[in-house]
Design a protein. Structure first.
Length: 247
């Protein structure tokens, strides 16, 4: 019977709050438990949730939400210092534009999702570079999040695991855990068709693949992206592994 900590922490006011620990790397080490968490936003935590987060020792949050998103859900844990790494959302506006044109279908929604992931690489690499700069300052335990905690956060988590040497198939499995733990909130987009809501309310392997396809197109491969896009040289990669891996 495993004595590992729980990967998913069930919080009433947050969704998909997960630990990136416990994954084996290609060099025989393991990502540290209770150092890096991922979640949706922290603006609706209950009093009980806050005590759970406090018990984890989380003192820093890295927030990929845009300006209006942040204003709509301010972190309710006083001890947490929030660092803004803004990536403005684009998908819902694009969906509504297609709806207005009478052209919104599930395949269109799927492609808009994939395009948003490509744009993380094309237009938002600076935000992910800033994240790694903070990670190198050893702020753990910490949490990374956006609004839903599945797309911007999902790509960021995949990059962290890649940088630490976790194999790609394991990274893909971790990414898809969102579909098990994410509590979909469609209150702001309930007028959209059900199959469109399915496309934007879940994650699919093709979304993450689209981001890494953009990495390959613009940088050649993931290792070059980590080095040239995210500015993680040999010294930085070594420092990350020392902080976030264990034997």
């Amino acid at each position: 019977m495993s004595d590992s900590p729980a990967r998913h922490l069930s919080l009433k006011g947050a969704s998909n709050f997960r630990d990136l620990g416990g994954y084996a790397t290609t060099d025989g080490r393991t990502t540290r438990w209770r150092h890096i968490f991922r979640s949706n936003h922290l603006g609706q935590l209950t009093a009980e949730d806050i005590e759970i987060v406090r018990a984890l020792g989380v003192k820093s949050a890295f927030d990929f939400r845009g300006v209006e998103e942040r204003a709509a859900g301010v972190c309710v844990v006083d001890e947490i210092t929030v660092h803004s790494l803004p990536i403005e959302p684009t998908v819902v506006a694009s969906l509504r534009a297609e709806l207005a044109r009478g052209a919104l279908t599930a395949p269109v929604a799927l492609e808009l999702m994939r395009e948003s992931y490509r744009n993380y690489v094309r237009h938002n690499t600076h935000s992910f570079r800033m994240l790694f700069g903070h990670l190198l300052e050893d702020r753990a335990p910490l949490v990374i999040h956006c609004t839903a905690g599945k797309d911007r956060t999902g790509f960021a988590s995949a990059l962290i695991l890649h940088a630490l040497g976790v194999p790609g198939d394991v990274i893909a499995e971790d990414y898809l855990l969102t579909n098990r733990h994410y509590k979909r909130d469609v209150s702001s987009v309930s007028d959209l068709p059900a199959d469109v809501l399915d496309a934007i309310g879940s994650v699919q392997a093709s979304y993450l693949d689209a981001a890494f396809d953009a990495v390959g197109h613009d940088f050649g491969d993931v290792e070059t992206y980590l080095r040239d896009g995210l500015k993680l040289g040999v010294a930085e990669r070594t420092a990350l592994k020392e902080r976030y891996l264990q034997a």
